[in-house]
Unconditional design. Structure first.
Length: 410
């Protein structure tokens, strides 16, 4: 497999989409799980999603399942969702609340700290201390929970330090879940990410989103059009007066964080651009703050607005199935029906997600064709190029291919 992977990486050209096998091959999908999802930090949830002791949620990543939960001591922990008896899944729901974790197969009982508490019918002298749940590493970034299955996870400190000034003013840890949606897209996970990493397709596909969203992805893009330049300049002056950072963070190919304005007159992701929630986040008093757009490879992007937060979590199920989970969060004291209307809050992104699902699925069907050849990226697709470069570097390291050789490819 590693020899084949090196050969395919040699075929890949800088500035072009990947060779077909990277999107369609089941063996390469397993390599993705090992090299990418088994070794990186994965966004799991906002801590507000598991706010009470016993609350949990699960992530399905290929053949792996992880349960993330809050213990009675208030600490958030993560474990492989696999019973130590004969391997059955323990938590079979996507989320829930429990005082203990009980395997549905033979009723082995685990504490919320992962310890095996009771193993029914096991003989006298059976040492329960040897059969606790396998732990998964956990880290936090302003209330966002990241997990890693790697025995020695990579450093997360640089990412945390870079993005905290952007997202901390929105106080993600002082929010509550308004709504959660999970859809399964019949497409490879990389096509799902690539679709998110460009707005080249937005004008033809996302009428609801473009009520608010400005298509340009960098401040310099706005300089090409007088109206956009004035919009960006006005927004930058207001943000600087409020001491809100907005220039792109230095994330290289790994992550991106930037604050960008909405279209003039729009302040939120709604069908008319008006606020989605009357109660603003944190200590904000101005609803017109645009949005902080944050992405981190391999599996998450986010929007932090003045009135709500959106988290998007991508988890691969198999080579041609990808779960996309979207969470809408509002101020912890916001009241549904008083401060926000749920249909109004969710309408734009429910529509956009469904449109993106259709685009990614159609893309996947086309990539499977015998006529597919990697095509060149447009200048506006620079974020896809960053992601693909990141992916090629990680897969190259997994295959034992020197970084310098990867840089020369194409």
């Amino acid at each position: 497999m590693k020899n084949r992977l090196r050969a395919l990486l040699d075929e890949a050209r800088d500035g072009f989409s990947l060779p077909q096998a990277f999107y369609t091959d089941h063996d390469l999908f397993e390599a993705d799980i090992q090299a990418i999802f088994g070794g990186e930090w994965l966004f799991a949830c906002n801590a507000a999603e598991i706010s009470r002791p016993g609350d949990y949620l699960t992530l399905e990543v290929g053949r792996e399942s992880i349960v993330v939960l809050r213990g009675p001591d208030g600490e958030i922990r993560a474990f492989h969702n696999t019973c130590r008896h004969r391997g059955a899944r323990i938590c079979t729901d996507a989320s829930g609340s429990a005082s203990r974790l009980v395997c549905p197969y033979h009723q082995w009982v685990y504490g919320l700290d992962g310890r095996l508490l009771h193993a029914r019918q096991m003989p006298a002298g059976f040492d329960t201390s040897r059969y606790g749940l396998a732990p998964v590493a956990v880290q936090f970034v302003c209330g966002l929970v990241y997990v890693s299955m790697a025995p020695d996870p990579p450093a997360l400190e640089g990412f945390r330090a870079a993005v905290t000034p952007y997202i901390a003013p929105h106080q993600p840890d002082r929010t509550k879940v308004a709504f959660t949606s999970t859809i399964v897209e019949k497409a490879n996970w990389k096509l799902v990410i690539e679709n998110n990493r460009e707005c080249y397709h937005c004008a033809g596909s996302h009428p609801e989103l473009l009520v608010s969203l400005v298509e340009f992805a960098l401040p310099e893009d706005a300089e090409e059009e007088e109206g956009l330049a004035a919009l960006m300049q006005d927004a930058a002056r207001r943000w600087e007066a409020l001491r809100l950072p907005h220039r792109p963070a230095e994330g290289g190919d790994e992550f991106r964080c930037i604050r960008l304005p909405f279209n003039r007159g729009a302040v939120s992701f709604t069908t008319d651009g008006k606020p989605a929630c009357k109660k603003l986040l944190g200590d904000f008093t101005d609803p017109d703050l645009g949005s902080v757009r944050m992405f981190r490879a391999p599996n998450n992007w986010h929007h932090f607005l003045s009135d709500h937060i959106l988290h998007f979590r991508v988890t691969p199920l198999c080579a041609d199935r990808t779960a996309v989970r979207t969470t809408w969060l509002v101020h912890e004291d916001a009241v549904e029906g008083v401060d926000y209307d749920l249909e109004r809050l969710t309408k734009v992104w429910l529509a956009t997600n469904n449109q993106d699902r259709a685009l990614a699925e159609n893309n996947h069907r086309g990539v499977r064709s015998s006529a597919y050849r990697p095509g060149p990226y447009a200048p506006s697709e620079f974020m896809i190029r960053n992601f693909v470069n990141w992916y090629r570097a990680r897969m190259g390291a997994f295959a034992g291919r020197p970084t310098a050789a990867l840089a020369r490819a194409g």
